[in-house]
Ligand binder design. Structure first.
Ligand code: SAM
Length: 261
């Protein structure tokens, strides 16, 4: 029987073979390497990943699809199917504490919380290739002065190298989503690019600065830092959040009283 796509699990299945080939070529999976795929669905990416000889673990939340995958791959040695919610899972358990690569055509509603959940295991993650909403990839990759530059850009750029790879149109999926998608490569950084003192303070200052992005820092940060403190840190209180570089956000985080992570 045909599987009916479930909206609540963000099921838009890839059917465009050219796009599938291009994604796999970008990942270049190697025999024996440990790869985790989130949301294998109907195996559009899983089939070529299995064929590469990689040691593949797939995590799927939909029990009907899990049953299908288990049946389809019952005689295949290099794939393990996990029935689980990727937002709840402990990735050191799944990987057995071995370094791994991550792949996912992610449900759009959980993509950003999932990426930040995953970064809890940044020491083990070699790289991640995700299909995301194009707008999300644009926001992750943009820099100061651009409209798309915001909290997601700063928080992602403090944690990862970001390489947007290519766009995928809605027609490549069944059912077609309403928005365009993009493939992005994220490589977790071993250390923050600038000293932030405490990650909590970075989060706090970035959230406050962008919560009212049209306001000057003097106003948007008034509950955290005084005009005098901004000046003492070498930051112009008349600037807006969207004009600040990563190193300036790091300076602001260090100016706050220390808050242990
Ligand atoms: N990889 C397939 C493809 O490219 O055609 C399916 C992609 S579909 C956009 C997203 C997949 O993620 C679905 O199979 C869905 O059931 C699964 N999924 C949704 N939420 C999940 C979660 N929290 N944990 C694991 N899988 C999830």
């Amino acid at each position: 029987m045909k599987h009916r796509p479930r909206k609540r699990f963000g099921q838009n299945f890839l059917h465009d073979q050219q796009v599938i080939d291009r994604i796999i070529a970008s990942i270049a999976p190697q025999p024996g390497e440990l790869i985790l795929e989130i949301g294998p669905g109907q195996a559009a990416l899983t089939n070529p990943l299995v064929a590469s000889g990689a040691d593949l673990h797939v995590l799927e939340i939909d029990r009907d699809l899990v049953a299908r995958l288990q049946h389809q791959f019952q005689h295949t040695g290099n794939i393990t199917v996990h029935a689980c919610d990727a937002l709840q899972v402990d990735f050191s358990d799944i990987s057995g504490n071995r370094p791994f690569r991550l792949i996912g055509n992610l449900p759009y509603n959980i993509s950003t919380p999932l990426i930040f959940h995953l970064l809890g295991w940044h020491d083990l993650i070699i790289d991640m290739h995700f299909m995301l909403q194009k707008e999300v990839v644009d926001r992750m990759a943009s820099g100061p002065g651009s409209k798309a530059y915001g909290r997601l850009s700063v928080m992602t750029q403090f944690r990862c190298n970001i390489t947007p790879l290519f766009d995928v149109p809605p027609e490549s999926f069944t059912p077609a989503p309403r928005v365009s998608s993009s493939i992005v490569r994220l490589q977790p950084l071993k250390a923050r690019p600038f000293d932030v003192g405490s990650d909590k303070n970075l989060e706090r200052v970035v959230a406050a600065a962008f919560s009212q992005r049209r306001k000057t820092l003097r106003n948007s940060l008034r509950n955290l830092l005084s005009t005098e403190q901004l000046l003492a840190a070498g930051i112009d209180p008349g600037q807006r959040a969207e004009q600040l570089s990563l190193s300036q956000f790091a300076t602001l985080a260090r100016a706050l009283p220390y808050d242990a992570d």
